[in-house]
Design a protein around this ligand. Sequence first.
Ligand code: AMP
Length: 208
Amino acid sequence: MLGPPGAGKGTQAERLARRRGVPRISTGDILREAVQAETPLGRAARAIMDAGRLVGDDVMVGIVRERLERPDATAGWVLDGFPRTVAQAQAFDRMLDRTWPVAIISVEVPEHALIERLGARRICVKCGWSPPPGVTECERCGGQLVRRKDDTVDVVKERLRVYLRDTQPLLDLYHEQPGFRTVDGDQTPDAVAADIAAAVASVVGANS
Ligand code: AMP
C-alpha cells in the first residue's frame, strides 16, 4: 500500500489485513518497536526517524525479506510503508514469487489534508492504534494517546518532502503494472476501506 504520510495507510492496511486474514507488515511499526526495545537497529534508526528521513535501503530490504519469510506470511500480506524508494522497489521485485498476483494500492490525498491530519494525529502509546478525531483514549487497550514524535510541523514537512523526492517516483514505476490501482483517500475511513477492498479483489480475487 502506497501513499504519502498521513494518507491513512496504517489504518487502512490494518483493516485490509483483517478483512483478508493476512498479516499487516508495517516497516514503520517494526522500526518503532526496535527503537522502544533499544536494539542495535533501533539505536541506529531513532535519529533518522525523528528527523523524518529514510532508514537505509539495505537495512529495510533485510527487514522485509526476513519478515516475509515468517510462517504467518506464506498465504499473503499487506505491506505498509515499504517499498519507499526505487532501490527498495527493485529489491522487493526480486523477492516476489512471480506466480502470485500483487495488488499495488496508491492511496491519494491532497497535500493540505495531509498536513491537517498529521497535525491532529494521536497514537496509542501501548499498541500503536491511531483513533479517529475526537477519541481521547485507546479503544483497543485503554492506553494513553500521544503525538508521534515525527508528527511535529517541521518533521511533517520534511517527511512530505522526502516522500515527493524518494517515494513518489515509485508511482511512475508501478502505474504500468497490471495490479496497480489508485484509491481516493480523501473520504470517510469506511468509504476508503470499501474502495481498497474492491481494488484488491479486482487484482487478486475476492478470497485468495
Ligand atoms: P511510517 O510509520 O511508515 O510513517 O514510518 C515512520 C518512519 O520510519 C519513516 O519516516 C522512516 O524514517 C522510517 N521508515 C519506515 N519505513 C521505511 C522504509 N521502507 N524505508 C526507509 N525508512 C522507513
